[in-house]
Design a protein around this ligand. Structure first.
Ligand SMILES: *[C@@H]1O[C@H](CO)[C@@H](O)[C@H](O)[C@H]1NC(C)=O
Ligand SMILES: *[C@@H]1O[C@H](CO)[C@@H](O)[C@H](O)[C@H]1NC(C)=O
Ligand SMILES: *[C@@H]1O[C@H](CO)[C@@H](O)[C@H](O)[C@H]1NC(C)=O
Length: 363
């Protein structure tokens, strides 16, 4: 019963919430994005890695149908959130952002990147979280040049929305690959989650020190239910042990949000419960098939280049074996922005986070 109700609401939501880029002032003057392939919009295009999506059929539903480096058929969560926030443009990737763009935000996300430096390394180069923060330092220098000094730059950043969605590759491209990475031999799932959250916490403190005051942290989705993981385990139901490991990470991330809000009362951090938001895929997991034809060899699970994808892209949840379709991204991002259930975001959804206007940078 609960499942069918959820799906019903989701469909209603879809119909009501398909928005496009709008004219007029956005709800925040600037918006910065850190993360992995779920948010990357082109940062890997020039990297020496197999984790890139700047080839057809990726991007088939994006503007003129050409690939951009987004790992989906159309828009990703970073794009859809830009629409919901009222931006008239998508936030450019760090790799190609110009000085004239940076006051309104930069997207640092990189496919196959994790919290750990080594996650995803078997696929090639990637911009892991620590390096994304280094890139942000370069942006801050640029903003300081534009506004006169670092104080003005940080004051500007106080008003921005920051989103961070990272950690999936620390599982998919690390802990869950015992033949390549030693982490699962060395740590229990609980120890591993603790180690990840410790590192993540350091990076978030740096982000705060660099001026971030409104930060949404995206938890991990049900990785046990993605096509790649079910294929690996040769099952048509979600992989419970994987979902359990993911939930340990998520519950520690939620606690971290409490810690950060206590330690930094002049900032607001919020946790987006992508696990429960993505629970729509669990009951449907038996139908979890990717829309595109996927590679059987490296990079396994990504779309085969130049193959025509499925035509009913509005009813598939996955585009390849790892990444949601635009429609699935819309379902999830709508709920992150405007919670459908109180469990979707803690302590508040992004719509309420950006409304906070009492956050002032103290010199
Ligand atoms: C790209 O990476 C591969 C594998 O790590 C390496 O063998 C190759 O030399 C690299 N190519 C360039 C141009 O750096
Ligand atoms: C990760 O890389 C950074 C440089 O970006 C380095 O300072 C740090 O020591 C590395 N961490 C680990 C655990 O190797
Ligand atoms: C930074 O620039 C602002 C605006 O131009 C100015 O009001 C402020 O005094 C400057 N602060 C420092 C430390 O130079």
């Amino acid at each position: 019963m609960a499942c069918s109700a959820k799906i019903f609401f989701t469909i209603i939501f879809l119909v009501l919430n398909i928005k496009t880029l709008v004219e007029g002032a956005p709800q925040v003057p600037c918006y910065f994005i850190f993360g992995d392939s779920l948010l990357d919009n082109g940062n890997n295009n020039e990297l020496n890695t197999t984790a890139k999506a700047n080839y057809s059929p990726y991007g088939v539903d994006f503007r003129d149908g050409r690939p951009t480096g987004r790992f989906t058929n159309g828009r990703n969560t970073a794009d859809i959130l830009a629409e919901l926030l009222g931006f008239d443009h998508y936030i450019p990737p760090f790799a190609s952002a110009k000085d004239s763009d940076i006051l309104e935000g930069v997207n640092y996300a990189s496919g196959s990147a994790g919290i750990r430096n080594d996650s995803g390394s078997h696929l090639g180069d990637r911009i892991y979280l620590g390096r994304q923060l280094e890139n942000h330092q370069a942006t801050i220098s640029g903003i300081a040049n534009l506004l006169g000094n670092t104080t003005s730059a940080k004051k500007h950043l106080n008003k921005c929305l920051f989103i961070v969605g990272i950690g999936s590759n620390d599982y998919i491209n690390n802990y869950l690959l015992p033949e390549i990475y030693p982490s699962s031999h060395l740590c229990t799932p609980n120890q591993y989650a603790t180690a990840l959250i410790d590192q993540y916490s350091q990076h978030l403190r740096t982000l705060y020190e660099d001026g971030a005051r409104k930060v949404a942290l995206f938890g991990l989705g049900q990785i046990g239910c993605i096509p790649a993981e079910m294929k690996k385990h040769n099952t048509r139901i979600c992989v419970g042990s994987t979902n359990n490991a993911i939930q340990q990470f998520n519950s520690k991330l939620k606690s971290l949000v409490d810690d950060l809000n206590t330690n930094f009362p002049d900032a607001k951090f919020t946790y987006i419960n992508m696990y429960s938001i993505s629970s729509i895929i669990a009951p449907l997991s038996v139908f979890n098939r990717p829309c595109c034809k996927v590679l059987e060899t490296m990079p396994e699970g990504q779309c085969v280049p130049a193959e025509t994808p499925c035509s009913l892209r509005g009813i598939y949840l996955f585009y390849d074996d790892f990444h949601p379709t635009e429609i699935a991204n819309r379902i999830a991002t709508n709920r992150a922005y405007n919670a459908l259930l109180s469990s979707d975001a803690y302590p508040m959804d992004i719509r309420h986070l950006v409304m906070k206007n009492n956050i002032v940078y103290d010199e």
